[in-house]
Design a protein around this ligand. Sequence first.
Ligand code: KDG
Ligand code: MG
Length: 402
Amino acid sequence: MKITAARVVVCSPGRNFVTLVIETDQGLTGIGDATLNGRELAVASYLTEHVIPTLIGRDPQQVEDIWQYLYRGAYWRRGPVTMSAIAAVDTALWDIKGKIAGLPLYQLLGGKSRERVLVYGHANGRGLEETVDAVGKYIDEGYKAIRAQSGIPGIDKAYGVGRGDTYYEPADASLPTETVWDTPRYLAFAPQLFAKLRDTYGEGPELLHDVHHRLTPNEAAQLGRALEPHRLFWMEDATPAENQEAFRHIRRHTTTPLAVGEVFNTIWDCKQLIEEQLIDYIRCTVVHAGGITHLRRIADFAALYQIRTGSHGATDLSPACMGAALHFDTWVPNFGIQEYMRHSEETDAVFPHDYRFEDGHLICGETPGHGVTIDEALAAKYPYDPRQLPVARLHDGTMWNW
Ligand code: KDG
Ligand code: MG
């Protein structure tokens, strides 16, 4: 079997997505997500100019060798652009392998470890009361786990607060929106929000929170401690993780579970975090961490240290990523939770898929491969729409972590 053609489809059915389509001489086609929010065209160009020409004529069944060729053979290793491009190829090849075998992807990985995948939804509001109500709506819809983000008095445009009531879309303008960050106000507010949520909804729902890299290690330790009485499922991205040692300090001072990894792209980004058991959940995804082939290595390594998976699943990861992620989650022994932000109707129409939501869980389908396709004719009706992620500054103008 040979790869005969591959192309990149960039479309914007409500938001931008980059999709790699690989065709074979046997008439089988696979797709992979290559979306890197705000940097879409960099990955599209990497694929079109540097990767696709090397794929033509290769046997699509050699998933591992092609992964090694693109990673090891490239000399310039790692980085989000390279690893998203590799992920797209890898996902499309696993999709083709499933179609060759006539099996859903989870069967190729080792079969089902669970019947359904626990997901968490995103509740947000402009202030405390609105956020508490939003969490209630998710509970009513059957969610067992909910991430709560809230507008904070005195902070304009806090992270995670959406415009609509179903999903949050941070990439909101063609040039980055400037937001202002205020750590003391946030540290005073966040524990009040979770106290109120536990007061209102009791111990039942799992509650999660994303700090989105805004704190120093010591501030993160303080917040983790303050949140302990409210029993969070996790506190996410408490501080930037380029320096993995920073998590030692947080870990030493709080038992609030820690989750990190949505911006990581290889196992090297989390090696120390995992080896030293500095985190509880690893959030790497199929699309940004080198595809199924590499994510499996990260998850297996994490399993040695009783660290569980909690893959990123915001709307900027396309249904092709979600489909592959759900097969991965259905198999992976050390599964923790899967993030799930619903896509818009336009996105769902461009990417027909067979996964479904039921009672706070997602269930992957039985279609051979990962179960997601792209309607390219419909995609062509939604041209690329340049959007970038916001930036954050402190009140005095100092650049901060968004
Ligand atoms: O592209 C950036 C978003 O995916 C990110 O801001 C969402 O942090 C996020 C999350 O946890 O979903
Ligand atoms: Mg996050």
